[in-house]
Design a protein around this ligand. Structure first.
Ligand SMILES: Nc1ncnc2c1ncn2[C@@H]1O[C@H](COP(=O)(O)OP(=O)(O)OP(=O)(O)O)[C@@H](O)[C@H]1O
Ligand SMILES: [Mg+2]
Length: 113
């Protein structure tokens, strides 16, 4: 199993979630986070004064899926989270050793490995 962690713009969440649902990707954890990328936040002005907001509100999606679904899910996020402006987000992919459903005590994904 693989874990996809995608940091996206909060205003894109509904669209990204809808696109994932359409392709059959349902299980996910959504967290409100704050973060910064390579620009180190943004500069804002208030009453003529400039100040830096270095940690911006973002949404982090965590999706654990079978390896063969990774490309389709990543492509869907890339497309649905995209605006073309700086700060569109980032996707991190890593390996997950085990997934166990509490209700049935069954291990997920192990039958096709
Ligand atoms: N290296 C990183 N490690 C962990 N989280 C990161 C990293 N880079 C970005 N993030 C997370 O992703 C969010 C969005 O990053 P962002 O899209 O600004 O990345 P970027 O590399 O600066 O790209 P861009 O130039 O398009 O802004 C950040 O607010 C932060 O939460
Ligand atoms: Mg950035």
């Amino acid at each position: 199993m693989k874990k996809i962690e995608a940091v996206i713009r909060p205003e894109r969440l509904d669209h990204v979630k809808g696109a994932l649902e359409e392709m059959g990707c349902l299980g996910m954890t959504v967290t409100e986070v704050r973060g910064r990328g390579s620009q180190g936040g943004i500069e804002r002005q208030w009453r003529g004064r400039k100040y830096r907001v270095d940690l911006l509100p973002k949404i982090k999606l965590c999706i654990v899926i079978e390896e063969k679904q990774v490309k389709a899910v990543v492509d869907t996020i890339l497309e649905s989270a995209y605006t073309g402006e700086i700060g569109d987000g980032k996707i991190f992919i890593s390996s997950v050793e085990q997934v166990i459903r509490v209700r049935t005590k069954e291990e997920e994904g192990s039958h096709n490995e």
